[in-house]
Ligand binder design. Structure first.
Ligand SMILES: [Zn+2]
Length: 157
């Protein structure tokens, strides 16, 4: 099954036009249970058929629980101006990124495909169970008013 580790819902569109929305993973603020599908049912989908739910969680408050990469902003190196722009704009050294966190280890027998951001996918290494939404110019995603409303492909990390 799909597990969405981005902070936002992602809509997938199949070749026949069928759409399927994957809500982001959430965590119960009360008991700490993980809602892997973002649908209010607390389940552990790490192995096929091994699920459970706690009905009391239905009334609890959840927070989105995305995977993350810690980042450290660069430092201001100099200011670059232009004619008529004497104040200039600050030029910073590049942002330093830490290791990806908040994603389960790869399980070769697993049933989950984890959807992450392109930035995260680029830093997670070669994993067959990690994908990111195809939103590049040639990826055929569906846009309305400039916003992506559905993707037609997922791209492997
Ligand atoms: Zn709960």
């Amino acid at each position: 099954m799909f597990v969405n580790l981005t902070p936002h819902a992602i809509t997938l569109q199949a070749a026949d036009g069928t759409r399927f929305s994957v809500r982001p993973r959430r965590k119960c603020r009360v008991c700490g249970e993980i809602d892997w599908q973002g649908d209010g049912n607390v389940r552990i989908p790490l192995t096929e058929g091994m699920t459970y739910s706690t009905p009391e969680c239905k009334s609890h408050d959840f927070e989105v629980l995305p995977a993350r990469i810690d980042s450290t902003p660069g430092v201001c190196e100099f200011t670059l101006g232009a004619k008529g722009f004497d104040a200039g704009i600050a030029i910073y050294s590049r942002t330093a990124y830490g290791l990806p966190a908040g994603i389960p280890d790869c399980d070769p027998n697993g049933v989950n495909t984890y959807i992450v951001s392109a930035l995260f996918a680029g830093r997670v290494g070669d994993r067959i169970d990690v994908v990111y939404p195809g939103t590049g110019p040639a990826d055929g995603c569906i846009r309305e008013n400039g916003q992506v409303v559905a993707v037609t492909r997922l791209i492997r990390a």
